[in-house]
Design a protein around this ligand. Structure first.
Ligand SMILES: Cc1cc2nc3c(=O)[nH]c(=O)nc-3n(C[C@H](O)[C@H](O)[C@H](O)COP(=O)(O)O)c2cc1C
Length: 454
């Protein structure tokens, strides 16, 4: 504390963009990214918020009731001025569900969302964005709600750097969901003032290179700011591959307005994933990850980065995808291969897998998908293989040791780099790792590097 009783700011609190820290209400320009199914848990979000950072609740794959409960927990444990955010994942197939999610978040008073996997700005996003717009006393536009958009492609960044699409805004006005005043304000600001540029990362990845991606997005920002004559700065953060002080320092040296970490937070006490998984993760190095097709975007072959060391999942996932591309139906696949898949991958018969798939689709109101698959053997094949991705992912939340070869664990090489950096310290053991303390140390060390002390 200074003599005046105010908090003394240390140099690491000056890294990144001052307006970002002020507007988001954080001391440090450092965010912990969402991690699905509550891996980025309510405890993780509370720990980050209390320490002057901000974390996003990993809401993807959780029921709306569970998300609401977690938000209530966060509110009970974080002082009102401490910030937190919640993930909103694009749901292209079910736009009504996406809108319902946004309505729930607004009803819960959530002010910041991390929007991910979007390829365009949807009505749900526009609703969240406009709901928080009001005139700033003395001029300008104030935002009570904020979208931190995670993007890995310039064409998607362009969407978020543009004002909200006029047609969508007009529809929301006509429906009485936003006011004329909010619609007018929306023309003067980008949909997202804060954009996380995501280079190659754990989980879903476009395998971008940060030294290529960030500068090109910075050029785009300049063009878009001029084109629309914005009165506010669009802030660009960097995520992907950040796990050491030098990586944090490099991000800020490249002009990032904030940084975001992901993989390193998965191997901490607060992350909600099995202890056995954390025991494996704390030993990985930078080459112990691999890419394979993502289960939720199986047909188009989108990629996820996963753990390779000690498991067979990535090799098996790639094989299933290759089989999917080569054959038109399950029955067409050679008998010997089918037997191997049932014995070693599924650990049950294909009939059982199909029965479970149908039960799941019925339970989630997607009977039409069953009918589609019964008409199209290729579609049925995709659903059978998708079951394996679900199974392998569930293993990581249950008893991962029960079927280790098939466990699917999303992670990236940033964790390998952190593990090397932490070697020989108390952080070698994940039981001593807490995301807020790691964040503080990374920021301190990065600041020392940038000041020439390291
Ligand atoms: C296990 C895991 C799960 C993730 N789940 C999500 C998610 O649900 N939503 C999201 O926006 N990002 C998700 N991410 C991405 C992170 O929020 C973050 O952007 C990324 O991990 C940063 O790159 P890094 O892993 O190289 O640090 C996930 C990452 C990991 C490692």
């Amino acid at each position: 504390m200074s003599a005046a009783g105010e908090r003394d700011e240390d140099a690491s609190e000056r890294l990144g963009c001052a307006s970002f820290r002020r507007d988001l209400g954080v001391h440090y320009a450092y965010l912990a990214g969402s991690m699905y199914r509550g891996i980025a848990s309510k405890e993780l979000v509370v720990a980050m918020g209390r320490a002057g950072f901000m974390g996003f609740l990993g809401a993807a794959g959780l029921s709306p009731e569970r998300v609401a409960d977690d938000i209530a927990h966060i509110r009970r444990h974080l002082e009102p001025h401490r910030p937190f955010g919640v993930n909103l994942l694009c749901d292209l197939q079910h736009p009504a569900r996406e809108t319902a999610n946004v309505e729930m978040l607004l009803a819960q008073g959530v002010r910041v969302i991390e929007a991910s996997a979007f390829i365009k700005v949807t009505p749900a996003l526009v609703l969240f964005h406009l709901s928080g717009l009001r005139p700033r006393p003395g001029g300008g536009v104030a935002r009570d709600t904020r979208i931190v958009a995670k993007v890995s492609r310039p064409e998607v960044a362009r969407e978020f750097m543009s004002p909200a699409p006029e047609a969508v805004v007009e529809r929301l006005v006509a429906e009485g969901r936003v006011t004329r005043e909010q619609a007018a304000l929306a023309r003067r600001v980008p949909v997202a003032q804060d954009i996380t540029v995501e280079a190659d990362s754990g989980g879903h990845t476009d395998r971008g290179v940060s030294t290529v991606l960030l500068p090109s997005m910075q050029s785009l920002r300049l063009r878009m700011t001029r084109e629309f004559g914005y009165g506010e700065k669009i802030r660009l953060g960097l995520a992907g591959g950040i796990g050491t002080p030098h990586a944090v320092a490099a991000a800020f040296a490249m002009g990032a307005d904030f940084v975001m970490t992901g993989s390193i937070n998965q191997c901490t006490v607060e992350a909600r994933i099995g202890d056995a998984v954390k025991d494996w993760l704390q030993t990985i190095d930078v080459q112990d990850t691999d890419y394979c097709p993502a289960g939720d975007m199986f047909e188009i072959g989108a990629l996820v980065q996963v753990l390779k060391k000690g498991v067979l999942f990535p090799a098996r996932a790639k094989r299933l995808h290759a089989l999917y591309k080569s054959y038109e139906s399950w029955e067409e696949i050679p008998q010997e291969t089918r037997a191997q898949i049932q014995d070693a991958y599924f650990k049950k018969s294909v009939e059982d897998v199909w029965r479970e798939t149908c039960e799941h689709l019925r339970k989630t109101g997607r009977e039409s998908e069953i009918e589609r698959a019964e008409r199209s053997p290729k579609r049925r094949l995709a659903l059978l293989f998708r079951w394996y991705y679900g199974y392998s992912s569930r293993l990581s939340f249950m008893d991962a040791d029960a079927d280790r070869p098939n466990v699917q664990i999303h992670t990236g090489p940033a964790l390998g780099a952190f593990n090397q950096w932490a070697r020989g310290t108390s952080w070698e053991n994940w039981r001593n790792r807490h995301p807020d303390r790691m964040a503080k140390e990374l920021m301190h060390e990065a600041s020392a590097i940038l000041s020439g002390y390291r």
